[in-house]
Design a protein around this ligand. Structure first.
Ligand code: GLY
Length: 371
């Protein structure tokens, strides 16, 4: 057995569904070794997309060797999170001979993680899942915590299941082939962790973001480890989002409405979240909860890294009524009330279900929406 140095590990503490998240460089080539250590001779089927396959599939298939049952390659993009693609993945996993004790290995970004994860949740009433996220967004957010699902005509992620992975392997080297636009979109979720509960982390990001975007491994590892640690702690306390986990939706109520309005994939999820986070801080300031200066600081940082931070940066006219209509159809509605994540300042987020609808409409109109 190889004697590779151990990677930093974040543990997600969920009783008998606990698992490790390994974070480091060069981990993809060590996948087979890690699978043997943890799961013995269990067989593996890979689900990935065409773009990721081009860059990383050979390394992975070489590493897993004879335990591989085969690979399913999906078209890239949000449109693959559909009922028809889900059915296709399940049928093809069964055709590959995947059994109850096997592992589905999701190699890719958030779309592949959600789609393959949901397939693993329902195939043979649940098979094990290993996440190998290759985008920054998936590394810092969607691969950890067990949310899986697909989109419907009614909205994003409205059909899905909680299905915790058995292991997450984060190889930060995979980010070197990620298009810059995708890197920026994932960075919005990194910023989220600072803004929701760690003002010092946000301060470090304001100073160090050029190193992160310059592919500095130390800066990237610090950002990924800090983000995953924050997420793991929240998920361990509130796995199924009954309370605290809702904080991870900072910017998502507005963000999902923008994605629904513009069409999935037109705007990247992280870009929509960046605008949403800007709006959430502006709403907090408008409600007198946080200072205008904090809201301006958030918008300025998003804009500095090249993320859209305000609706007007999307070069489109939006209707406030249409956007709030999408929000009402979002799964964050509970008992007829919209849930927002607001902030009392940077690093001080909280959830609220009593934001007056008029305040949201006013905010959107002030942000340039038609009435
Ligand atoms: N992406 C938010 C969550 O996992 O809860």
């Amino acid at each position: 057995m190889s004697s590779s140095p151990p990677a930093p590990t974040v543990h997600v503490n969920l009783g008998d569904r606990s698992y490790d998240v390994f974070i480091g460089a060069g981990l993809l080539a060590r996948t087979g070794e890690e699978l043997s250590r943890r799961f013995g001779a269990a067989r593996v089927a890979i689900v990935t997309d065409e773009n990721v396959a081009q860059h990383h599939l050979d390394t992975l298939t070489r590493s897993i060797g004879e335990r591989g049952r085969g690979t399913i390659v999906m078209p890239p993009g949000e449109h693959s999170k559909s009922f028809s693609r889900l059915g296709e993945v399940c049928d093809r996993l069964l055709a590959l001979g995947v059994e109850r004790g096997d592992i589905v290995l999701a190699l890719g970004g958030g779309v592949i993680g959600d789609l393959a994860g949901f397939a693993a949740a329902i195939l043979r009433r649940g098979v094990r899942l290993v996440q190998i996220p290759t985008s920054l967004l998936a590394q810092v957010d969607s691969s950890v915590g067990g949310k899986t699902g697909i989109n419907t005509a009614q909205g994003k992620n409205l059909v899905g299941a909680f299905h915790q992975p058995s292991l997450v392997l984060i190889d930060i080297d995979t980010l070197s082939t990620l298009p810059k636009r995708q890197m920026r979109a994932g960075y919005a979720e990194v910023v989220k962790y600072g803004l929701l509960g760690d003002a010092a982390f946000f301060g470090r990001l304001e100073r160090n973001w050029p190193a992160l975007f310059g592919n500095d491994g130390t800066a990237i590892a610090e950002a990924v480890i800090t983000s995953v640690s924050a997420k793991a702690a929240i998920v361990a306390r509130d796995e199924t989002e009954q309370g605290e986990r809702m904080l991870l939706n900072l910017g998502h109520t507005f963000g999902h409405a923008l994605e629904a309005e513009l069409g999935y994939g037109t705007i990247l999820h992280g870009e929509a979240v960046a605008v949403g986070i800007g709006l959430a801080f502006k709403l907090s300031a408008a409600l007198g909860l946080c200072s205008e200066a904090d809201a301006a600081r958030v918008v300025a940082h998003m804009a500095a890294v090249g993320l859209p931070a305000e609706l007007r940066m999307l070069n489109r006219r939006f209707s406030a009524e249409r956007l709030t209509g999408h929000m009402r159809r979002d799964k964050k509605m509970r008992d007829g009330a919209l849930h927002f994540v607001l902030a009392r300042g940077i690093g001080q987020a909280f959830t609220s279900s009593d934001v007056p609808p008029e305040a949201v409409l006013d905010l959107l109109r002030n942000a340039g929406c038609e009435a």
